[in-house]
Design a protein around this ligand. Structure first.
Ligand SMILES: CC(C)(COP(=O)(O)OP(=O)(O)OC[C@H]1O[C@@H](n2cnc3c(N)ncnc32)[C@H](O)[C@@H]1OP(=O)(O)O)[C@@H](O)C(=O)NCCC(=O)NCCS
Length: 171
C-alpha cells in the first residue's frame, strides 16, 4: 500500500525501516502520549518486534509515514471485535523533528479516506490523552468531531488522566 501525499508518503512497513523507527520513536515526548506498548526507551528489539508484528499481517492496517523514504512516524487503525466490527480506532505518531509541518494531518486525512473506502466501516475514532493539544488539533483539522471526555480512563507514568474521544462517522 502506498499513498503519495504532498508532505509525506503513507506506505507499508519495510524491514529496512528498523533503524529509522528507533531513531524517531525513542523519544519520551512521543511515548508520553501513547499507550505503554509504545515504550520508552524504544530499543532496536522494540522496533524489531513491531516490524515482525506488522509484517505480512492481513488485512494490513498499520503503515509508515515517510519523508524522503525515511520512516519518520507511523499511522494505523485497529478493527474492533464483535458488535464493534464496523468501528476502528485510529492512531499515529511522528518523530519530533518533523512536528508542526502538517504531516500528520495530511496522513490522517488520507488514511481516513483509505480506511472508509477499503473496509466496511461506519466509524473511526481516536482517544487523546488530556493535555495533548497537538493531537486534538490534528483530529479537528482532519474533520473528526469531539464526542466527549472519558474521565480518569488511563494511567500513564503513574498519573490517572482523562481521554478525549474524537470520531468520524460515514454511513
Ligand atoms: C500529535 C502529533 C502526531 C502531531 O503531529 P504533527 O505532524 O506535528 O501535526 P500537524 O503539524 O499536522 O498539526 C499540529 C497542530 O497542532 C497545533 N499544536 C501544536 N502544539 C499544540 C498544543 N500544545 N496545543 C494545541 N495545539 C497545538 C499546531 O499548531 C498545529 O495546528 P495548526 O496547523 O492549526 O497550527 C505529534 O505531535 C506526535 O507524534 N506526538 C506524540 C504522539 C501522539 O501524541 N500521538 C497521538 C496520540 S492520540
Amino acid at each position: 500500500m502506498k499513498l503519495v501525499l504532498a508532505s509525506c508518503t503513507v506506505r507499508s512497513w519495510e524491514w529496512g525501516d528498523l533503524d529509522a523507527v528507533v531513531r524517531h520513536a525513542n523519544n519520551r515526548k512521543v511515548s508520553i502520549n501513547l499507550r505503554d506498548r509504545f515504550p520508552y526507551p524504544y530499543t532496536v528489539n522494540d522496533a524489531r518486534s513491531w516490524l515482525e508484528s506488522v509484517g505480512g499481517r492481513l488485512p494490513e492496517t498499520n503503515f509508515a509515514i515517510t519523508v524522503g523514504d525515511e520512516a519518520v512516524g507511523g499511522i494505523g487503525f485497529t478493527l474492533q471485535p464483535d458488535v464493534g466490527y464496523r468501528s476502528a480506532e485510529i492512531g499515529y505518531w511522528l518523530g519530533q523533528e518533523f512536528w508542526g509541518r502538517g504531516i500528520t494531518t495530511e496522513a490522517l486525512i488520507a488514511l481516513t479516506d483509505y480506511a472508509f473506502s477499503t473496509f466496511d466501516l461506519s466509524r473511526l475514532y481516536a482517544h487523546v490523552f488530556e493535555g495533548n493539544g497537538a493531537s486534538a488539533r490534528v483530529l479537528e483539522k482532519a474533520g473528526y468531531t469531539f464526542e466527549g471526555r472519558m474521565r480518569k480512563s488511563v494511567t500513564k507514568e503513574g498519573r490517572t488522566i482523562d481521554q478525549l474521544m474524537y470520531a468520524m462517522i460515514r454511513d
